[in-house]
Design a protein around this ligand. Structure first.
Ligand code: PEP
Ligand code: MN
Length: 433
């Protein structure tokens, strides 16, 4: 069986040692949480919730700092409040966080340097020298610890002030006041103000209402590095099933979703909710075959399809996929990744994405699902809590010449905080209809 995108480990005995160690450490999540997320994804599939999944393309060990984790989480929570208002249903909040340390690459060799490609901090080092790029299995242990540290912070922060609805709303109002596009969003922010005042007037004690102060936040990543994912999989006696305890939800990427490949085989063996990315060349027959393997019992919430086809193709490609899958009786939640089909090269050499293309793909996603009578279940974005300059456009209208000032991603270009919030406001408008 082909295992796509695996490192060429130079020392297999060292891999075995790391795997042995990882096979006895505590899981990062517990099965009960995975089941709860599965139920919430099922609700999103029925239109009774909406998913916001976001975070870095590639987390790095260096980015596991209190400030960076907090700011990324805060950005996602700010987006979630805006979306809650737009959707009028609960937002299922899922980070591309606490585990997104392994990357598939289109080439084994990096064109610019002739070195082996960087495959994520769980595998090798991004520094451009041959020794740094050598796959080092001890990095899988470091990835486990970095994930644990991240998730620990996330759990602490989402149980405390960072999740306070009024505080998050104040940050959003501050964003609206400072954004050049602020006027456009002011009415929505005022509506949320009014909704809070209404609740208060009805006697809801916002100071003591638990749901105002804490949120549930789930961790997800691509289940790419099979030595890592497999070693963190544990059988749960109570449930009579194995769970990959490296995260709540794991997904199979566009480059590793071959029906007879090792990644799909791995995913069939775990009870976590599973997502599969579908690119522009994916066919309905492929999606149906994936569903038959990954979700033979048609358990609601078990399977999510994340489409990432590009703004130009979404209206052509998505209808056939959704119709075919729906006609086959498959139960899947549909999420839109408007990032990966819209990557372009800047004349300056940077990989980038246009904010307008990102928005246009989400718009097409909603249009197609509404026309078919199916449910747009959520969005999946690459974002950061910082003012990076990696994607073009947005209210500050970043152009090609701006990219150089703060281009910091270890892999794909991410929306910065402002662009992320703008996206949330625009998606809220789409949800509102
Ligand atoms: C990613 O999510 O960073 C990624 C590599 O996506 P895809 O598998 O859709 O190309
Ligand atoms: Mn990416």
């Amino acid at each position: 069986m082909v295992a796509a995108q695996q490192p060429d480990w130079p020392d297999l005995a060292a891999v075995a040692e790391v795997r042995a160690e990882l096979s006895v450490v505590p899981g990062l999540v517990v099965p009960e949480e995975c089941d709860r997320l599965r139920d919430q994804l099922a609700a999103a599939g029925r239109g009774e919730a909406f998913v916001l999944q976001g975070g870095d393309c590639a987390e790095t060990f260096a980015s596991v700092t209190p400030a960076q984790v907090r700011d990324k989480l805060r950005t996602i929570l700010q987006m979630a409040i805006v979306l809650t208002y737009g959707a009028s249903v609960p937002i299922v909040k899922i980070g591309r966080m606490a585990g997104q340390f392994a990357k598939p690459r289109s080439s084994d060799i990096e064109a610019a340097t002739g070195l082996p490609s960087y495959r994520g901090d769980a595998v090798n080092d991004i520094a451009a020298d041959a020794a740094a790029r050598r796959p080092d299995p001890s990095r899988m242990l470091a990835a486990y610890h970095a994930s644990a540290t991240t998730l620990n912070l996330v759990r602490a922060l989402t149980g405390g002030g960072l999740a306070d609805l009024r505080q998050v709303h104040e940050w959003n109002k501050d964003f609206v006041a400072r954004s050049p596009a602020g006027q456009r969003y002011e009415r929505l922010a005022q509506d949320i103000d009014r909704a809070l005042a209404f609740m208060r007037a009805c006697g809801v004690d916002l100071d003591h209402e638990q749901s105002m102060h804490s949120v549930e936040f789930f961790a997800s990543h691509e289940a790419l590095l099979l030595d890592y994912e497999d070693a963190l999989t544990r059988y749960d006696d109570e449930r009579g099933a194995a769970y990959d305890l490296s995260g709540h939800l794991v997904w199979v990427g566009e480059r590793s979703r071959a029906i007879d490949g090792a990644h799909v085989a791995f995913a069939t063996g775990i009870a976590n909710p599973i997502a599969v990315k579908l690119g522009p060349a994916a066919t309905a027959a492929e999606a149906i075959a994936l569903a038959e393997r990954l979700d033979p019992d048609r358990i609601p919430g078990r399977l999510t399809f994340i489409t990432r086809v590009g703004a130009d193709s979404i209206r052509d490609v998505l209808p056939g996929l959704v119709e075919g899958v729906t006609a086959a009786g498959v139960s899947a939640t549909w999420i839109c990744d408007p990032m990966h089909g819209n990557t372009i090269s800047s004349p300056s050499g940077y990989k980038t994405r246009r904010f307008d293309d990102v928005i246009e793909e989400v718009r097409g996603f909603f249009e197609v699902h509404r026309a078919l009578g199916t449910t747009p279940g959520g969005v999946h974005v690459e974002l950061t809590g910082e003012d990076v300059t990696e994607c073009l456009g947005g209210a500050h209208d970043l152009d090609h010449a701006d990219l150089v000032s703060r281009y910091e991603t270890a892999c794909d270009p991410r929306l910065n905080t402002g662009q992320s919030l703008e996206l949330a406001f625009l998606v809220a408008e789409m949800l509102h209809g």
